[in-house]
Write a protein that binds this ligand. Structure first.
Ligand SMILES: C[S@@+](CC[C@H](N)C(=O)[O-])C[C@H]1O[C@@H](n2cnc3c(N)ncnc32)[C@H](O)[C@@H]1O
Length: 314
């Protein structure tokens, strides 16, 4: 089952340039903080977030819930936990996780992009959540003291980072010994669909090449165990789970947002800028997605790799 569909969230068309910055300035957190955090930080972001934050991307991510994207973590959560959601995007998963740890818990969503954080704050306001904090920060230099959290979570973030192991080590640093680090990433190389189409084959290849050029690893699911081990995590529980799109509503939503993303997202801009696609190719991809979404036999599956693991004693 893929992310829950809300057809009112179907993307509107708006042309934006990618907002990802080469550098981000970390700010002091209202949550766990130290005097150290008051110092301005200049943090290098070595990869470019390939999807960007066009409304088609944020709307797509906004359909995610803890149930459809973090089910492997939920049995480990308890009321009162302090939880960090790294790369929280528009925050819908973060806010669900906040509901799980309750009002005695503390949840902070961190993202390098203000556009995503603005969407997350709007989502919090819509839900009447006044306690979850959304703040800017970088995966490689989090603005928190050591041992600030019981749990760190990251959904579809490591796949976009040039050095996911360094980012995981940073999560290990900010989680107390014995606490949890949990992350889940997609695997574009093992996506499967029906019916086959040249346009979708070329879309996938172009996406994977663009993501790699941006510094990421689009076939991340198969690496999650290796990354967790390299980061020094222990008691690692690896698993997989799948999003699928096969009902008429699911097809219309998944295919529809990719029509928009092929035309308007940062992926489209970066693919053209890098010479990996022409404007005509992008239109072919959009046409292929539109045809797929309207085919009553159409089917799509996307495997994720996920890990929940313990931070060792220091
Ligand atoms: C695919 S989105 C996932 C968003 C959210 N976790 C979800 O699943 O809905 C990846 C997010 O990671 C953020 N991101 C990318 N690089 C980052 C970095 N170095 N530090 C913090 N956030 C980063 C992006 O801005 C984006 O919002």
């Amino acid at each position: 089952m893929g992310p829950r569909l809300d057809l009112s969230r179907l993307p509107s068309v708006r042309t934006l340039r990618p907002t990802d910055q080469a550098f981000v300035c970390g700010s002091s957190p209202p949550g766990p903080s130290s005097a150290d955090d008051a110092r301005p930080r200049l943090v290098r972001v070595t990869s470019t977030y390939v999807h960007g934050h066009h409304s088609s991307v944020l709307d797509s991510h906004g359909a995610r819930t803890a149930a459809n994207s973090a089910a492997y973590l939920l049995p480990h959560l308890r009321a009162g936990m302090r939880l960090l959601d790294l790369g929280c995007g528009p925050g819908t998963i973060t806010l669900d996780l906040a509901g799980t740890v309750g009002t005695d818990g503390r949840v902070v969503g961190v993202d390098s992009a203000e556009a995503a954080l603005d969407a997350a704050r709007r989502a919090a306001a819509e839900r009447g959540d006044t306690t979850t904090v959304f703040q800017v920060g970088d995966a490689y230099a989090l603005p928190f003291e050591d041992d600030s959290f019981d749990v760190a979570h990251a959904h579809q973030v490591m796949q976009h980072l040039a050095n996911p192991v360094a980012a995981l080590r940073e999560l290990v640093r900010v989680v107390r010994p014995g606490g949890l680090v949990a992350f889940r990433d997609a695997d574009y190389g093992s996506m499967s669909w029906h019916p086959g189409s040249d346009g979708l084959d070329r879309w996938l290849e172009t996406y994977r090449r663009t993501a790699r050029l941006a510094g990421g690893e689009p076939d991340a699911a198969r690496h999650v165990l290796a990354w967790a081990r390299a980061a020094g995590l222990t008691q690692i529980e690896p698993s997989t789970s799948t999003w699928s799109y096969a009902t008429p509503d699911e097809r219309a939503w998944w295919g529809g947002q990719w029509v928009e993303r092929a035309r308007h997202s940062a992926f489209a801009t970066q693919a053209v800028d890098a010479g990996l696609a022409t404007a005509a190719d992008l239109e072919d991809f959009a046409t292929a997605w539109a045809a797929w979404s309207q085919d009553p036999d159409a089917w799509f599956a996307m495997v994720h790799g996920e890990v929940v693991a313990r931070v060792p004693e220091r």
